[in-house]
Design a protein around this ligand. Structure first.
Ligand SMILES: [Zn+2]
Length: 197
């Protein structure tokens, strides 16, 4: 019914999370109606994504070898905050209370897919702690079943290394993602973090 490029773009949009076929059609039609320059800008922005990569130290998104936090000499390298995904850094940074470095896991351990653990950056995290004189690891996984399971697993691996391990205070509602937590709640959760033993 539609030319191949139009159909292909609809299929591409449909494959994105949370976008059904109807929404994909609407988005592609919207783009089609834009002037040539806007469409080219959109294409260039999309293409630029492929020039980005993971920070070789903390696995945050970066356009260089090290991300903006790992490059910043003013950050305290003895304190690490472990998060599930790069988007979780944003609300934590916004609180202005954390001045250490981050470590992005790339997801959580899931009982349904134990092998997924291998794709997480747990081994590099343990290496970092051993090598870089890290004194405290704050585990800031989301307060979900899988997030908590990951936290317990990390704790079991980190404590034997002689590092202090803490978690965010339980002010965060169970099931609520850190990504959506408000500043005040998160600041309090960071300040009153709990010691794991
Ligand atoms: Zn980094």
């Amino acid at each position: 019914m539609f030319p191949a490029p139009f159909k292909k773009l609809i299929d591409t949009f449909s494959a994105l999370p949370g976008i059904g076929p109807k929404m994909a059609e609407r988005l592609v039609l919207y783009l089609f109606k834009q002037d040539e320059r806007s469409v080219q800008d959109f294409a260039r922005a999309l293409e630029a994504l492929s020039t980005l990569s993971r920070c070789t130290q903390c696995f945050n998104i970066t356009d260089r070898e090290l991300c903006v936090f790992c490059r910043d000499a003013r950050r305290d390298g003895t304190q690490l905050c472990v998060v599930e995904e790069p988007l979780d850094l944003i609300p934590i940074e916004r609180t202005g209370t954390f001045h250490g470095l981050y470590h992005v896991l790339g997801g959580v351990l899931s009982p349904d897919a134990r092998t997924r653990g291998e794709t997480l950056t747990i081994a590099p995290l343990l290496e970092r702690v051993k090598r870089n004189n890290v004194k405290e690891v704050i585990i800031a996984t989301n307060p979900t079943t899988d997030g908590d399971a990951t936290l317990l697993y990390l704790k079991s691996k980190l404590l034997p290394l002689g590092v202090r391990v803490t978690r965010l205070a339980r002010g965060l509602t169970t099931g609520a993602d850190i990504e959506y937590a408000d500043d005040l709640t998160l600041r309090s959760a960071l300040t009153h973090r709990e010691e794991l033993t």
